[in-house]
Write a protein of this length. Sequence first.
Length: 484
Amino acid sequence: MVSRVIPVDNFDLVIFGGTGDLARRKILPGLFRRFLAGQMPADSRVIGAARSDLDDDGYRALIKDAIAEFGGPEKEDAEKLSAFLAQLAYVQIDAMGEGGWGALAKLMRKDVVRAFYFSVGPSLFGALAERLHKHKIADRNSRIVVEKPFGRDLASAQALNETLASHFKETQIYRIDHYLGKETVQNLMAVRFGNVLFEPLWNNHYVDHIEITVAETVGVGGRGAYYDKSGAMRDMVQNHLMQLLCLIAMEPPSRYGPDEVRDEKLKVIRALDPIDAHHIVRGQYDAKGEEPSYREDVDNAKSFTESFIALKCGISNWRWAGVPFYLRTGKKMKSRVSSIDVVFKDLGHTIFEGDHSRHRNILSIRLQPNEGMDLQVTIKEPGPGGMRLIDVPLDMTFADALGDDAEDSADAYERLIMDVIRGNQTLFMRGDEVEAAWAWTDPLIEGWEARNDVPKTYEQGSAGPEDAMALMHRDGRKWREIKG
Ligand code: NAP
């Protein structure tokens, strides 16, 4: 299969926070891969901006090291790497100060796409938008890319939306959720809406329940102070898990266009039921051997913040009434897995005598590791032993099915950045979506804060607290195993 890489328009991309972790680990190595794939026009420029005292060459050296550390096998191509680095520049700017903006303004070219990536802490988003406007660096066609977290509750998200809206139109604002840039997530839409097979079954007549799991093996790392003010609900559920839920549950949009898709996602969020307290389980990982506990990691012996959450929710509409959605996410868990499992209902009747086992079709969508999908189907066990049934997965691991094309496929960040340059907002969150998501999570958070709920402890390397198991057991169901 031949990859078709279509170069994007010429661009100037300014990365505020260009010296930071995200820029060095994801954004710049990703842009280098797009450069190698021939998608980044030779005349385009990437301009790092931060407070550090660097010149262009100093910035190029920093990014060269970052690509050596975080790039893939392609980082070895020294000649191409030099050509890529030559397209980089640097401007020293303090987002809160006035210095450096004139220099940036002078660098910006007319007649190319101007994009500004806010890869800095959220407290700087407003200041950057204001100064880009004030110094006339952004024009009517410029785009801004805003990282998460987008607010910490409805009020702060509304305030941020208002600040951004006073300088940019909604069509210029790209709120990034890198989960939406994953190949599998887009494939989920292709599978649902590009095949006749699934859509007729995608409802409460045929689906028993849906599980969404995002399990990490890492702890809070160096982000303890930030994480302890946030927790799994704000850090993961309000954005990533809810976005996945929307894509799974939304009605077919009339076309694959930015507003059509986002209108349907918004309807899902608005149809989410409030959740009872006993349908939420929060957890904190315990110490294990030399490994510190969550409370030690965040240096807060009295922390009530959750590093794990499992919840059961429902969607009040014709398609999903009565179908439970079980969501869980946590740190220091058994394996690093992100998956969605659509578990179909049992057969009403079996014609196979003596077969008493429960056979179920399950569509599993794996976001990581090993992106792909498999559909569990029931077949006859091979051999002359009579009509015995077994369940096997029809495996569609993209790397197997698509060969080199899957391996060449862009990582989420690089795909999303190319979408920004192309001006395609389909895979970015709209302001009203973000606000609706906070409007749903705020009362849940306020509820456990008012009750002074203490998270249950769970063993590091496990699937979370026992109570999370009970959440499904009570309904006669069982979580799918977290497999690496
Ligand atoms: P980081 O490593 O702390 O980097 C922050 C960057 O902002 C640095 O380049 C820093 O450079 C710059 N900066 C800080 N204060 C500034 C100021 N007043 N004016 C101009 N530049 C300033 O943070 P990060 O991990 O890259 O995260 C950046 C954003 O992405 C955050 O909103 C974070 O929540 C989000 N995010 C990060 C990740 C990730 O994997 N890292 C994942 C998802 C979302 P100087 O100190 O030189 O100014």
